[in-house]
Write a protein that binds this ligand. Structure first.
Ligand code: NAP
Ligand code: 3JN
Length: 340
């Protein structure tokens, strides 16, 4: 596969538009790029990097002659069309949760487990955005010092919930006086019965609740992390919260390593030299990662590294990245780059 025919399913969405941008920006060796979405978008023109594309409806025949198909149109569309695309000769890189926990489907973050790509059978899963930035930041530490426990709280941007959620935040943001009663129609989850304003708020629910009391987003972080690190015994727990930020997920991560006697400086050295990571940790200069300044940037930013005062191998860190880039589109395109 030197130059390839590419399709993007969900090309009009928050993630799909970034996949197209990343392919063009990184000069991915594509012979052709086909943009696919629902029938509603058929004929729409999309411009990126000076090139014009016309969106087509997604049908089984869309995948004839396609070598790599990126999917970001929701799990149901992936379940409907991914096997079809593989049967017609494509490798599918799926951004949804449809196949992430299927045993023989690799769940890949190139900085962490690129070797798992070797075993793919046509479908490769891209992890959830919150998982990607967490495992990217933990990997250099896990690799050298081992990892026993992870407890994470997320502060997630609205773009993770799609283009309509960005519009909802924008509409509510100039309605300060009525902030508690502002009209809300989408968050925390379109499938739910109650909606809450996101502007001037923090909503401790992302996706639906499971009978365990965790949300599906939290369970994704827990289960995907264990799969990527190939460690079912790793203790992982998560609390996921939506906040009024457009793009850029932030995470407060508590972790316990295997090795006693490790210092904050030891961790900083590991992170400084790790691929895809920028260490931004200088309290004296008030330097730490923030989502507003991570928007549009590829790196995973790490800061606020501290030793837990009461646990000999416990540490805290603050991790920020653009959820639509390393959290979704960039990671998918990096997977494709590894493939070719
Ligand atoms: P979005 O902005 O709402 O876009 C949804 C996309 O799906 C649009 O392009 C839409 O096309 C397309 N679509 C809807 N129904 C379709 C159909 N019947 N056939 C073909 N395409 C259809 O959502 P998003 O934020 O980009 O997210 C899309 C999906 O990506 C999510 O559902 C999720 O599974 C995944 N995602 C993954 C991550 C991650 O963590 N890696 C993050 C965010 C999202 P129209 O414009 O024609 O409706
Ligand atoms: O809410 C976020 O910040 C990330 C959302 C991801 C998402 C949204 C809708 C459906 C996913 C995902 O990638 O896990 C899915 C899904 O495919 O289940």
């Amino acid at each position: 596969m030197n130059t390839v025919n590419v399709a993007i399913v969900g090309a009009t969405g928050a993630v799909g538009t970034k996949i197209l941008e990343k392919l063009l920006e990184r000069k991915f060796p594509a012979k052709s790029i086909k943009l696919l979405a629902s029938k509603r978008s058929e004929g729409i023109e999309i411009s990126a990097h000076g090139q014009k594309f016309i969106v087509e409806e997604t049908v089984p025949e869309s995948f004839d002659g396609i070598d790599i198909a990126f999917f970001s149109a929701g799990g149901n569309i992936s379940k409907m069309f991914a096997s079809e695309a593989v049967a017609r000769g494509a490798v599918v890189i799926d951004n949804t949760s449809a196949f992430r926990m299927v045993e023989d489907i690799p769940l890949v973050v190139p900085e962490v487990n690129p070797k798992s790509l070797a075993n793919h059978k046509g479908i490769i899963a891209n992890p959830n955005c919150s998982t990607i930035q967490m495992v990217t930041a933990l990997e250099p530490i896990r690799e050298k010092l081992g990892l026993k426990r992870v407890i994470v709280s997320t502060y997630q941007a609205v773009s993770g919930a799609g283009v309509e959620a960005i519009e909802e935040l924008e509409n509510q943001s100039n309605q300060f006086e009525t902030r508690a009663t502002n009209e809300a129609a989408l968050l925390p989850t379109g499938a739910g019965e109650r909606f809450y304003p996101i502007a001037f708020n923090a909503i401790p629910q992302i996706d639906a609740f499971d009978s365990s009391g965790y949300t599906l987003e939290e369970l994704k972080m827990i289960n995907e992390t264990k799969k990527i690190f190939e460690n079912k015994d790793l203790h992982v727990s998560a609390t996921c919260v939506r906040i009024p930020v457009v793009s850029g997920h932030s995470e407060s991560i508590y972790f316990e390593i295997d090795t006693e006697g490790t210092t904050v400086e030891d961790l900083k050295k590991l992170l400084e030299n790790a691929p895809g990571i920028v260490l931004q940790d200088d309290p004296a200069q008030q330097s730490y990662p923030m989502p507003l300044f991570a928007e549009g940037v590829d790196d995973v930013f790490v800061g606020r590294i501290r030793k837990d005062p009461d646990h000999p191998t416990g540490f805290h860190m603050w991790v920020v990245t653009d959820n639509l880039l390393k959290g979704a589109a960039l990671n998918s395109v990096q997977i494709a780059e590894h493939l070719i």
